[in-house]
Ligand binder design. Sequence first.
Ligand SMILES: [Zn+2]
Length: 162
Amino acid sequence: MKRSIIRFGHDDIGDWVATLSCGHLQHVRHSPPFINRPWVTTKEGRKNKIGEVLNCIRCDKSEFPENFVFYKKTPIFTEKSLPSGLKNDHSTKAGVWGKIIIIEGKLQYRVNSLGTDTELSPNIPGIILPEVLHSVAILDTVEFYIEFYKEPDCLTKQPYPE
Ligand SMILES: [Zn+2]
């Protein structure tokens, strides 16, 4: 899945890492002669790459970014109170991940672009990817809510590395 670069930083050993709009990190090393990204070594070069897209295989696998923090949740919905908007394709904004938590019953969760159509249950939460269209469908009785997660503020306010 294509995701744009929002900033750059270093990993523990000083290699350059791009943060993508989904929150996933991706190494952008310059180690010639095998990997040639001379642009990453200059501030100007990195600045020019902000907004460019990289392929994020972690998104393709619906990998929840482990450093993301919970910030809000919906009320509890049932098969009777399910907002109709959730039955049609809709998405969260950039950088916002969600988890569909089933308290009781089951719910069908469809993500067309990933080709997934999953029956959620109390043991199988649904992972909502930022900006990716998805929908749910009632199968039977259900009680569920949705949790939303974002990057910790300490990261988004981090000074731009030189
Ligand atoms: Zn990603």
